[in-house]
Design a protein around this ligand. Sequence first.
Ligand code: PLP
Length: 415
Amino acid sequence: MTLEQVSKLESKLLLSTYDRYPVLLRKGRGVYIYDDQGRRYLDLLSGIGVNALGYGHPAITKTIARQSRLLVHTSNLFYHEYQARLAAALTRISGLDRAFFTNSGTEAWEGALKVARAYASENSGNGREPKWRILALEHAFHGRTFGSLATTHKEKYRAPFAPVVPGVQFVKFNDIEDLERNFDDSVCAIGFEFIQGEGGIRPVSQGFAETAHKLARKHNALLIADEIQSGMGRTGRWFAYQHYGILPDLVTVAKPLAGGLPLGALLVSEKVASCMHPGMHGTTFGGGPLACAVALQLITLLERGKVLKHVQEVGKYLIEGLKELQSKYEVIHEIRGLGLMIGVEVESADLAKAIVKQMLERGVVLNRTDETVVRFLPPYIIKKQHVDAALRQLEQVLQRNLVVGAGKAVDRKGR
Ligand SMILES: Cc1ncc(COP(=O)(O)O)c(C=O)c1O
């Protein structure tokens, strides 16, 4: 089928929830994806932070082939060997104690919210004082199901589905006073991304994170870290909270966890785990043998190949290159991020849109988030030569769109 045929059919048959790029993908190899015409794209987005080891990694495809011949799915009524082994690996790298496996990020976050409520109802003093408020942050994104949606900040995501789950309050981003004002004994949890993803690649400040941790302890509330985008090595450490020296009570993981297969996890401390009992929570597909075997393989590959160190180095190189562009082009307002989770805040939403579109035309995949931020989430296997190629293209795109240094988005004809 051609792109035209597919897009026509989709427009008739699918719920129109996505605004797709006009590209029909056929395959991926390494850091590149290829369309139906055989055109090659350097993928600096990794399927929105999923394909950490790029495409067609031999050890991943081998594990998929081997395990798919043995056992793809079994219900959670039976044991298979990979959930426990994967939980052992995840608890080792995270510092938490137990895992619950899910199919997606939003399902992991839903689980975290449920556990927080269950923990509060089992542990809240005399049981008379209500303790079910949840604090989330301005710009937060935690997913599209109802609980996750209630903690997702953008009004446009929530409004059409109101009323969402009650009890959520948003705290101003990095505003310690606002945090202190809103925190009291009625709060059962505060949850946030230590580095916000969809919200524009915004790291929370050390002071804000420490205050949230301290207030959670003081009010017997739980600290939940959403590591769905930032976790599993994306920032150069296993988890973004490890840059802050803070251990949350609950951590959610998903995107890159199973090398492109759908898998998420909720990691919890022993203290918290004691509030969950058989029958209180569950899922049909979460933690299947195929996805878990691949996730284990992924962790082994990341450790053996010293990939996190590489993420730090190449991430630093990319940030330096972007900062160099920033010094030449006033329309770049800020470069934010850590490791290979990087946002370039530009002057306007139109410019961000133009950059993403024109980079795609030049064979480089990026995306735009929070209106004015061009986002980089490349595969961890990206090399400096790929960074150089992308930065060259980006500079040409900036030159094509702008009068250098004038800070004005005009085209070459000065319109
Ligand atoms: C930080 C964060 N939390 C939650 C989610 C939701 O994950 P999923 O799309 O797998 O449900 C996302 C997805 O982008 C995310 O970036």
